[in-house]
Design a protein around this ligand. Structure first.
Ligand code: SF4
Ligand code: SF4
Length: 641
């Protein structure tokens, strides 16, 4: 098939993809009235999902089973407070004689509205009702859910179009264009070359971090009123996933305050370098402690994967209980201190930090990299100061030889090699998204698969309306061990057996069908790359709504950071008022479709030379592309339907 025919087919398929959801709207429907007994209880509603047709009337008979709850319906002007025994207050708007608008509460028995807008709408609790209050939601689905149907048909079209274009050999080789930021911006170069550059970033974050620990231990025990919870798990987490990682890769490692005290202690310096003329066990520095090397058999990502899975098993507890967050931080702080006194370099960051694992694999797709300017200069430079230390900078704390850096995975962007390199041969470059294409082992591949599955599990547990799942995960409050163990078992099976099994099956099929001449492991590692861009976008789709929904809690805790009843900024008692909640399913849909496109596009590039012809590339990728389509549609259903 020629490229021209392929293009015509793609345009025809796009027309069908856009027309099909519109055609569904033509089906005749007669409006009905739905009278529903509606119950709120910690931390969910019954029914959790209400499905009606556009134009239907909805009449809710609300009550609360336990404490006072709220009912705020996105996209509709319905805001109510639900109390026990059916006592309900409905917010209404009235205008005085001067034309000024006021709101007030009316005591009612029923909540009535006409479902005149199609799509998915979330109803949320507005009254702080307990630990999981921010996740107390239900869903109103108004058919025909055209936005969701559009997203599904566009996902099919993206996969069809990408594979068709691959089959006709339409893709150009990936661009290797780089922009050298340090040579372009001299102020930036001066900044990162300064010995105190990292120190100040660490110090500022360390001060904030200690304030968070104080607040977590002695501030409000209610998660959404505690600055540690709001800033770490909503603000920082979203900034990490949506901004820092895609743009700066591991840039968070540059400023993470947790390992800083240990590093300062073993270096016995805050900013300057202790340089020894004669190397001591290969390095030109003397560090406090035993200075051992990390055991070789543990020098991989499996410990990080395991610790991450342990942490996310208690994820909902961790992100809603300030004291649990404080304990985690203090434990990490202690671990970094102990490990630094035993082993050289950033062993905790490199081999144990649960966040470090996914920062490594996801940073492969980042739009920036730290690399040597000219590898030939490195080859000729005998001293290799970046690796062993120089007068201007410490030996790489991550044990990297900058001259050989080809991926972002294990460079913590500490900028020491920029300072230690006497040839001025290290820089930071801007590059296309998804440039490091090679995963090197199953530990990295499993990290990618685990991360995607955790995004799914968190979306179901925290953003979904299912009370029983929240209760199972929330074991310290529900006190039911068996459902919790079943929950953890399901999460682990999904992340370690079911999804990897599906990918391995797809890889086996693709390899056999295409007849490509690389090992099964190599094929699988290359195909796994698809789930890095997709994973990043799925995490952004999960995280961004948290900020949009809870931003006023951010303003509230800023006004009262220690939960002492202060109102420093006058924002401590802002009413719950989500930011553009109606747009959230649309934003999530666009993010997932972007992740699908970029995942497959970069995945095809990762397959690269392993599949030498367009037909081989198409056949090798097809089963994985269908698996990716399935994954994206599971997320789309979760977020949009
Ligand atoms: S010190 Fe500079 S020139 Fe020498 S090997 Fe390292 S990066 Fe290359
Ligand atoms: S390669 Fe350079 S920037 Fe990266 S961790 Fe090592 S010394 Fe720091």
């Amino acid at each position: 098939m020629s490229r021209r025919t392929a293009l015509i087919l793609m345009v025809a398929a796009l027309v069908v993809a856009l027309a099909a959801p519109l055609a569904l709207r033509l089906m005749p429907r007669s409006p009905q009235t739905h009278v529903i007994n509606f119950t709120a209880q910690r931390y969910g509603y019954t029914p959790a999902r209400i499905t009606v047709n556009q134009g239907d009337k909805v009449v809710l008979k609300p009550t609360s089973k336990d404490v006072t709850h709220g009912f705020l319906l996105d996209g509709y002007d319905v805001d109510a407070i639900l109390k026990q025994q059916g006592v309900t207050y409905l917010k209404y708007l009235w205008t005085d004689d001067q034309g000024k608008a006021h709101t007030d509460w009316d005591k009612v028995k029923l909540i009535e509205f006409t479902a005149d807008k199609a799509g998915k709408f979330t109803y949320r609790c507005t009254q702080t009702c307990g630990n999981l209050h921010p996740f107390m939601v239900g869903e109103l689905i108004v058919q025909d859910n055209t936005p969701y149907h559009f997203a599904v048909s566009l996902s099919l079209w993206i996969v069809f179009g990408l594979l068709l274009w691959t089959g006709v050999g339409g893709w150009r080789p990936p661009s290797s264009k780089r922009i050298d930021l340090l040579s372009r911006f001299s102020w930036f170069k001066r900044l990162v070359k300064a010995r105190s550059f990292q120190f100040w970033l660490l110090l500022i974050n360390l001060v904030i971090f200690y304030l968070f620990i104080l607040s977590a231990l002695w501030g409000s025990p209610v998660g959404n009123r505690n600055i540690a919870i709001i800033f770490v798990w909503i603000f920082w987490w979203t900034a990490l996933k949506a901004v820092m990682l895609p743009l700066g890769g591991r840039v968070w490692c540059l400023m993470c305050p947790l390992p800083a005290p240990a590093e300062w202690l073993v270096r016995m310096r805050l900013t300057s370098v202790r340089y020894l003329k004669e190397p001591l066990r290969r390095l030109h520095h003397r560090f406090l402690g035993l200075n051992l090397d990390w055991p070789k058999r543990l020098a991989n990502g499996w410990l990080q994967n395991t610790l991450f899975l342990v942490l996310i098993s208690f994820g909902i507890i961790l992100i809603t209980r300030p004291v649990a967050t404080a304990i985690l931080f203090l434990f990490i702080l202690a671990a970094t201190l102990v490990l630094s006194l035993i082993y050289r370099g950033r062993t905790f960051c490199r081999f144990l930090c649960p966040v470090g694992g996914f920062l490594g694999t996801y940073s492969m797709a980042a739009c920036s990299e730290l690399r040597p300017v000219d590898t030939e200069v490195c080859k000729k430079h005998r001293d290799k100061c970046c690796l062993v230390g120089g007068e201007g900078g410490w030996a790489c704390p991550w044990g990297r030889y900058t001259g050989g850096l080809k991926r972002n995975n294990y460079c913590g962007l500490c900028t020491e090699c920029i300072k230690s390199c006497p040839k001025d041969n290290v820089s930071i470059f801007l590059r296309p998204f998804g440039s490091d294409l090679r995963l090197k082992g199953y530990d990295e591949a499993f990290n990618v698969l685990i991360m995607l599955m955790v995004a799914f599990v968190f979306s179901v547990t925290m953003l979904g309306p299912w009370l029983w799942i929240k209760q199972a995960a929330n074991v310290t409050e529900s006190r039911h061990l068996v459902p919790f163990l079943l929950y953890v078992g399901s999460v682990l099976s999904l992340a370690m057996i079911v999804f990897p099994g599906l990918l391995f099956g797809a890889s086996w099929l693709g390899r056999r069908w295409s007849g490509i001449d690389v090992s099964f492991k190599e094929t699988t590692l290359r195909l796994t790359y698809v789930f890095i861009p997709l994973g990043i976008f799925a995490w952004i789709a999960f995280s961004l709504p948290q900020v949009m929904i809870n931003y006023n809690y951010v303003l509230a805790v800023l006004s009262d950071p220690l939960g002492l009843g202060w109102n420093l900024l006058g924002t401590a008692y802002l009413p719950f008022d989500p930011l553009w909640p109606r747009s959230i399913p649309y934003i999530q849909g666009v993010l997932l479709l972007s992740g699908l496109y970029l995942g497959l596009r970069r995945g095809l590039a990762a397959l690269g030379p392993a599949a030498p012809t367009p037909a081989a590339s198409l056949k090798a990728m097809l089963p994985t592309a269908l698996l990716t389509l399935l994954v994206v549609n599971v997320f789309l259903r979760l977020y949009m339907a």
